[in-house]
Design a protein around this ligand. Structure first.
Ligand SMILES: *Cc1c(COP(=O)(O)O)cnc(C)c1O
Length: 275
């Protein structure tokens, strides 16, 4: 986007003040991602919106991880909500699509003109898949969240796991008007890269693949997959270490998922003992 003379600053959204401090004369838009991918950090949308309104800055929220069932940024004052519909909205990892939702008619018309002119249209079959998927969004999110919380609690008991990331895990309320934690859990394994890779190859239900938000559980190794293009130093500074694993927890039976993870930890436990 720099080609179009757009400039960006990146801030840590866990402290909303960082947005305020980053405002420059030419600031037009705040772009919030909450929870973030892959560390599931949260941003207090309402506070960021309050800073934006003082300066007529538009607030857009990437609500892909939370979905509209769990978090509704327009009600918190945001101007634009963005979804990767390829994820939870579709819910079956079989469609690629996206959506922008706005309150203001004038803004809607501007965005629609761009969509129309550029040609970002969903084909009829994909539209149908998406509509069909969304009919079960509420049921899926309840189950994703329940399974994810149980898995996060289990991971906290595993010796070799040194960090577990899941909104609301520490028993605190889930902030930001998030109704529930959602289906994403990340954790880091305290072992060498080869052992971590062996772990990612040792599950049967959690499939090692990119994308997320489908009914089946997926595992992702960000440093080598989704976030491999980020320079190592920046990646590690942000907490995306070589030991970090991201789970998209599906809607399978929780016992099956827990056994799958236990067996994968057992598969690496010998290696870890020897080291
Ligand atoms: C996947 C994803 C995107 C990009 O969406 P695509 O449908 O893959 O183009 C953007 N934001 C978040 C949070 C995502 O998970």
């Amino acid at each position: 986007m720099k080609k179009f003379k757009l400039e960006f600053s990146y801030v840590d959204g866990t402290n909303p003040e960082n947005f305020k401090n980053a405002i420059q004369d030419n600031t037009k838009l705040f772009w919030i991602e909450t929870p973030t991918n892959p560390l599931l950090k949260l941003t207090d949308i309402e506070t960021v919106v309050s800073f934006a309104k003082e300066k007529n800055i538009i607030v857009a929220v990437d609500n892909t991880f939370a979905t509209p069932y769990i978090q509704q940024p327009l009600d918190l004052g945001a101007d634009i909500v963005m979804h990767s519909a390829s994820k939870y909205l579709g819910g079956h990892c079989d469609v690629i699509g996206g959506a922008l939702i706005v309150k203001d008619d004038e803004l809607a018309n501007k965005l629609h003109f761009n969509q129309y002119a550029v040609g970002g249209m969903l084909a009829p079959f994909e539209s149908w898949l998406l509509m069909r998927g969304m009919k079960t969004l509420h049921l899926r999110m309840e189950r994703h969240s329940m399974n994810a919380m149980k898995i996060a609690e289990y991971l906290e008991t595993v010796d070799i796991v040194d960090r577990v990331y899941c909104p609301g895990l520490d028993g605190s309320k889930v902030p930001n008007n998030m109704k529930m934690p959602g289906g994403m859990v990340s954790f880091s394994i305290n072992a060498d890269v080869e052992t971590v890779k062996k772990f990612t190859m040792s599950t049967k239900l959690f499939i090692l693949a990119e994308s997320l938000g489908g009914v089946e559980s997926l595992m992702n190794h960000p440093a080598f997959m989704t976030h491999a293009s980020i320079p190592q130093e920046i990646r590690e500074k942000a907490g995306v270490t070589d030991g970090l694993i991201r789970l998209s927890v599906g809607i399978e039976h929780i016992d099956d998922l827990l056994i799958d993870l236990r067996m994968a930890f057992a598969a690496i436990s010998e290696t870890v003992k020897q080291a």
